[in-house]
Write a protein that binds this ligand. Sequence first.
Ligand code: PLP
Length: 282
Amino acid sequence: NLAFFNERFMDPNERVLPVEERGLQFGDGVYEMIRLYRGVPFTLQEHLARLEQSAHSIMLTLPKTVEEIAAIVRAGIAQTKIAEGTVYIQVTRGTAPRNHLFPEDVAANLFIVWKEGVPDLGKQQEEGVVVFTFPDERWHNCYIKSICLLPNVLAKEKAHQRGGHEAIFIRDNEVKEGTSTNLFIVKDGVFKTPIADQSILNGITRQKIIEILKKQDVPVLETRLTMEDIEVADEVIITSTTQEAVPVVQVNDRKVGAGKPGAYFQKLAAWFQKEVDQSCSS
Ligand code: PLP
């Protein structure tokens, strides 16, 4: 494993930050998580474009260009020779004495961590997972991939303590997304997923899956989803960079469809792997 801080590569355990850092004290930053398949960063450009948008949305200028960050990401992959793993990128407003106002003349801090290994999805994809719903107590700008993740952390922990795999946020009677996943349902052969407005993160995996479904001529709708839609769904699927697609077989105390991973999930998983194979052939 390897890390990068501002201008240099370093050991991820090295101490580089004073306590007075805006990411630490205010959660004043944004991030990305990228998946490596066979040493290739999947959808790197999309992730870096979103990083730039997130930064822009919080009035933060990235300390390097997207091209420079991509070059560092690739240099780290070459150095670590990681095949299957992740790259985490975080940019904060920088190191400054604690004060809510933006510090003047402070450079943003850029952190990157390369990590070998990914969670084994085998069991979850074979058996499906249980999720629990929670009121969405997050702010109104969930389209920004902000490092302020306390509501996500708390909801996921509560779901875990009940034996669940993920927590799904409900806002204004609408099903939105998981704490680190987007959500799709399948009803009568039609995929449906919440509209990517300001209330959810427009997942790169979500976008890729919509693209794949369209290519396969499978109908997919971006629409409002309620708990009633979940209750009558044939299948429910959660998606993210590190989890790809995972079938949900139970929501709260209610089984989804037949209570086991469905045929559309199986198809989608195969199409997704094909897409990964095509983009990440070494
Ligand atoms: N929704 C939230 C709140 C997330 O934090 C994430 C990823 O971490 C996702 C959705 C999935 O996004 P992506 O597919 O880009 O990983």
